[in-house]
Design a protein around this ligand. Structure first.
Ligand code: ZN
Ligand code: ZN
Length: 315
């Protein structure tokens, strides 16, 4: 395995990639950030903290759970990474960003889902007969996750009515969405009550993007962070908590995540060399990086970035 500092060769600065009006090369693909919050989004049900939710309500600011969209301009194909409770707004945004129109009951051409926690898969319910009533929507989930969907309502109805068509993968394996667009599903440690959990490496013709929104700890699996970042140009990483002090100890024990300060310490040298390549996503509503401009500036000064909704990476 390449050492970490060399793990992102010829890194494109994600900032440049996202801000760039660059046109796509022939055969190129584009990837968009459609949401960047933890599962509960922002405002967060029941939260009355002045610093986040009350302010968000006053300003009308809404942040939706972490989600990516992938677009193949040549064919018009769209894929969604995560089916969040905000799936309608996120698909509408993806359609608007890509100039997509009139897709009817096939709003996207497939979905990839990392794990069965509410912010990541509840949106599948919108594919059922109450809403979109999709037909054989390809659904890329792990084998265990597919079995969970098949055997537990209300998800079992989606499978029984063939509104979704599970395409199970084994964690650790790779599969192809179209020529030149390969997905690698990498097992990560997380609270696996109903499914196991993966991160996705999305390999396009030119660039590779990592999406790892939920992980309990970088140390739980030997060499995990290095393996995740190997060969990656842009990495979207779990930023649930900033330094862990946002929540009581009891909650942190029940919902472990590597704090951003720890992840930044591990990737310090790398981020200095490849500014903007490591981009934080899946921010809990309590994370001070939402609203503290000085803190965000300090994060950026060290070469890291908070993912922005609407940013684009050319794959
Ligand atoms: Zn989550
Ligand atoms: Zn989770």
């Amino acid at each position: 395995m390449r050492p970490l500092r060399n793990a992102l060769p010829a890194v494109l600065s994600a900032l440049a990639a996202c801000a760039s009006p660059a046109t796509l090369d022939e055969g190129g693909l584009e990837l968009f950030v459609l949401g960047r919050a933890q599962d509960g989004g922002l405002p967060h049900l029941g939260c009355e903290r002045e610093a986040c939710c009350a302010a968000a309500r006053r300003s009308g600011r809404i942040e939706t759970p972490a989600c990516l969209g992938i677009h193949d301009p040549a064919s018009g194909a769209l894929w969604l990474v995560e089916a969040t409770p905000a799936i309608e707004a996120q698909v509408a945004a993806l359609h608007a960003m890509t100039g997509t129109r009139e897709r009817g009951r096939r709003p996207v051409d497939g979905l990839l889902v990392t794990h069965a926690h509410l912010g990541h898969y509840l949106g599948l319910a919108w594919l059922g007969r109450e809403v979109a009533a999709t037909e054989a929507m390809p659904l890329f989930v792990s084998t265990r996750f597919a079995e969970y969907l098949r055997t537990n309502g209300p998800w079992s109805q989606l499978v029984a009515l063939a509104q979704v068509e599970p395409r199970p993968f084994a964690p650790g394996s790779r599969f192809v969405l179209r020529d030149g667009l390969e997905i690698e599903a990498i097992s990560v440690p997380h609270r696996d009550e109903f499914s196991d959990t993966v991160a996705f490496k999305v390999r396009g013709p030119r660039r590779t993007v990592l999406f790892c929104p939920d992980v309990d700890a970088w140390d739980r699996h030997e060499g995990l962070l290095e393996r995740l970042l190997d060969g990656v140009d842009v990495a979207y990483l779990d930023a649930t908590f900033f330094d862990g002090r946002e929540l009581p100890e009891r909650v942190r024990a029940e919902i472990p995540h590597p704090p951003m300060v720890d992840t930044m310490a591990r990737l310090e040298g790398f981020a200095r060399e490849h500014a903007g390549a490591v981009r934080f996503i899946h921010l809990n509503h309590t994370n001070p990086a939402w609203n503290d401009d000085a803190l965000r500036a300090a994060i950026e000064a060290r070469g890291f970035a908070i993912a922005q909704v609407g940013e684009r990476v050319l794959l």
